[in-house]
Design a protein around this ligand. Structure first.
Ligand code: CA
Length: 224
C-alpha cells in the first residue's frame, strides 16, 4: 500500500510519515498542491492524505482536478477544526473521508485502514508470499489456491507479519496490534499463536523466524 501525504506543515508531515511507515505503508510526501497534483496523475498511489491549506494550489483544487480526471483514488482530507465549509466542499468534490486538526494518530490510522481496505481500482487488498495469498478484505488465507484454516488470532498475526514482511516485529508490537482486533492478548500467548501459525504455514514454505530477544520476522519469499 502506497500513500501520498500532501501537507506543508513539516512537523505534521513528519509525524504522519513516521507513524504510517511503522505500520507498514510505503509513504511519499509533497509540500505543495502543485506537486500533489503532479504526483497523483502518475497513478502510483493507493491513498492520498490531503491537507486543504496547501501553498501553490489549494487542496480543494487538487481534489477537483483529480476527480475531473475520473480518478477514483481514495482521498482523506485534513481540515482546520473550524473548517466546516471546507469539509463540506471537500466531501462534495469527492473526498472519501476527512479529519479535523488536531487529531490523534490512532484515529488517522484507523481511517487509513478503512480507506485502503475499501480499495481503489488496481488494488485488490490481497497480500502474497510465494504460494500463500491473504485477502485483507475477506480475511481468507490460501496456499496454492486451497483455503488454510486459521483462527481469528492466527489470521491477525499473519496479517501483521505479512504487512511487515522481512522486518522484525516485537512481541509487544504484536500484542498492541492484535488488541485492535478486539482481543486481550499476553506476550506469552503470542508465543503460542506464533508456534501454531508457524506449523500451519510450513506447508506453504512460509517461515516465521524467531529473533532472540527482539521478536519475530516473516522471511521474504526466496526468489525463484
Ligand atoms: Ca497547511
Amino acid at each position: 500500500m502506497r500513500i501520498l501525504i500532501a501537507e506543508d506543515d513539516a512537523i505534521m508531515a513528519d509525524g504522519l510519515t513516521r507513524s504510517l511507515r511503522q505500520s507498514g505503508y510505503v509513504v511519499d510526501r509533497v509540500g505543495t498542491g502543485l506537486e500533489a497534483d503532479g504526483a497523483v496523475t502518475r497513478g502510483e498511489f493507493d491513498l492520498l492524505i490531503l491537507d486543504l491549506g496547501l501553498p501553490k494550489m489549494g487542496g480543494l483544487e487538487v481534489l477537483r482536478r483529480l476527480r475531473a480526471r475520473q480518478s477514483r483514488l481514495p482521498v482523506l482530507i485534513l481540515t482546520a477544526l473550524d473548517g466546516v465549509n471546507d469539509r463540506v466542499r471537500g466531501l462534495d468534490l469527492g473526498a472519501d473521508d476527512y479529519l479535523a486538526k488536531p487529531f490523534a494518530l490512532g484515529e488517522l490510522e484507523a481511517r487509513v485502514r478503512a480507506l485502503t481496505r475499501r480499495g481503489s481500482a488496481g488494488v485488490s487488498g490481497v497480500l502474497r508470499h510465494g504460494e500463500l495469498s491473504y485477502d485483507q478484505v475477506g480475511k481468507v488465507t490460501e496456499i496454492r489456491g486451497k483455503p488454510l484454516e486459521l483462527s481469528a488470532r492466527e489470521t491477525g498475526l499473519l496479517e501483521i507479519l505479512l504487512q511487515r514482511m522481512g522486518r522484525i516485529v516485537s512481541k509487544e508490537q504484536l500484542v498492541e496490534r492484535l488488541c485492535e482486533w478486539g482481543e486481550e492478548v499476553s506476550t506469552n500467548a503470542i508465543e503460542v499463536y506464533v508456534h501454531r501459525l508457524r506449523k500451519k504455514l510450513e506447508a506453504g514454505g512460509v517461515r516465521i523466524v524467531t529473533v532472540r530477544g527482539l521478536g519475530y520476522c516473516l522471511e521474504k519469499p526466496k526468489s525463484p
